[in-house]
Design a protein around this ligand. Structure first.
Ligand SMILES: NC(=O)c1ccc[n+]([C@@H]2O[C@H](COP(=O)([O-])OP(=O)(O)OC[C@H]3O[C@@H](n4cnc5c(N)ncnc54)[C@H](OP(=O)(O)O)[C@@H]3O)[C@@H](O)[C@H]2O)c1
Length: 392
């Protein structure tokens, strides 16, 4: 699916927040990129509409029942494929793969793109966190490259371009966090928060899972592990600072004492454009900073006694092996339970902590070991959720 014309793109997770914003970016210059494959889980209506507009060669749907519904609604010349393996297959069929799937389900997409030697524009941080060692191996063996879409890691990637020797000259990576909707609250004040409260993010409009992760600071914890995996910097040199305006997207302090920061409006279309166009810069029609209106930039330390998930992520990252996979899986189970109304907000961190306490310390030698760690951790977390429901 390569061509002498526009760069070909496989967009997996096309129906979500990152997926639809990627299409918005590509729409601004259709001569530059051509979407040849779309993939999602089950959003039939949205996929049919995207296919009518973009005329891809393939549409892949993870859920076979949804695929049956989509059949007959695709334009002539667009092939329909079904099943999770179909999503992985399209990841290796274009020059650039955007992995915008949410959660652990994105792992096969990440692996297929890297094994196929593609550019992977990676929004799906969960695959990197759960499958760190196997993702590293896939990247080394397949020769693929990862361009981070997460705005913080995109910022770090840009900051590192000002250094000749990369990680060796890095004194600290400083990841910024908006602090989410509950910044400054005490645990007592957070005891009764609702799903709607957690979904009301002050600066970013995102899918529900990452929005809840932002409210617990687990998102930042996952990003700490993501930074370690992407930039090969040890945990002692990765810090988090709360920055409520979401204008400074992250910073790198170099060994000579210079700090380089990347600033832009909080708009995911900017990091998406960067990941697609790198090493070029794509002229952006999106918002510019109005310096005359930006009166202040605030920074404060995160409170890990309230936002325990951030501390748990550091612990899991430092423990290494399968601990990050356990952290990620337990968090996915806990967040799903919270969104379904069967677990309180504070229970998310408690469930993750309980799961990590019974973590078996397995080594992630291959993909099967990652799948096994994920499944075992999910069982431990589901049991912890159930215990809470029974006790309530
Ligand atoms: N949104 C943001 O601003 C943002 C910022 C930074 C990083 N990220 C990261 O980007 C990823 C996507 O986030 P999002 O906010 O865009 O999520 P989202 O809006 O919930 O969209 C998720 C996408 O993944 C697909 N999907 C869900 N389960 C799947 C499965 N089992 N197999 C295949 N596809 C599946 C969904 O398809 P259906 O619609 O068919 O269910 C949808 O296309 C996450 O890893 C998130 O952490 C997001």
């Amino acid at each position: 699916m390569t061509s002498g014309g526009p760069t070909t793109v496989s967009l997996v997770g096309s129906t979500g927040s990152i997926g639809t914003q990627t299409i918005e970016v590509i729409r601004t210059d259709p001569d530059r990129y051509r979407v040849v494959a779309l993939g999602a889980r089950a959003s039939v209506e949205a996929l049919a509409e995207q296919a009518r507009e973009l005329r891809p060669e393939v549409v892949a749907v993870a859920d076979p029942a949804a695929a049956a519904e989509l059949g007959g609604r695709l334009p002539a010349g667009t092939e329909l494929r079904a099943g999770p393996e179909a999503l992985a297959a399209i990841a290796a069929e274009a020059e650039v793969t955007v992995n915008a799937v949410v959660g652990f389900a994105g792992l096969p997409v990440t692996l297929a793109a890297l094994r196929g030697g593609r550019r992977l524009a990676l929004a799906n941080k969960e695959s990197l966190i759960a499958g760190g060692p196997v993702v590293r191996q896939a990247r080394a063996e397949g020769g693929g490259e990862i361009l981070p879409v997460d705005s913080e890691h995109c910022a770090v990637h840009q900051c590192l371009r000002s250094s000749r020797s990369g990680a060796d000259e890095v004194a600290r990576i400083v990841l910024t966090a908006s602090g989410g909707p509950f910044r400054g609250r005490t645990l007592a004040e957070l005891a009764e928060v609702t799903v709607a409260d957690a979904l009301a993010h002050p600066t970013w409009k995102m899918g529900p899972k990452i929005t809840v992760d932002s409210s617990t600071l687990m998102n930042k914890g996952l990003e700490v592990i993501e930074a370690h995996e992407l930039f090969d910097v040890d945990y002692g040199r990765i810090e988090v600072v709360i920055h409520p305006q979401s204008i400074v997207h992250s910073m790198v302090e170099f060994t000579d004492g210079a700090t380089v920061a990347q600033l832009s409006m909080p708009d995911m279309r900017l990091p998406i454009s960067y990941a697609l166009a790198y090493p070029d810069r794509w002229p952006s029609p999106y918002g510019r900073i109005d310096w005359s209106r930006l009166s202040r930039l605030d920074f404060e330390a995160p409170d890990t006694s309230v936002f325990r998930c951030l501390a748990l992520a550091y612990e899991a990252g430092r423990a290494g092996g399968s601990a990050p996979a356990w952290l990620n899986a337990a968090n996915e189970v806990a967040v799903a339970a919270f969104l379904a109304g069967s677990l309180g907000w504070a229970g998310i961190g408690e469930v993750v902590e309980e799961a990590l306490q019974v973590h078996d310390g397995a080594v992630l030698a291959d993909v099967d070991a990652v799948l096994e760690a994920d499944a075992t951790a999910r069982r431990a977390a589901a049991a912890a959720v159930e215990r809470r429901a029974r006790a309530a």
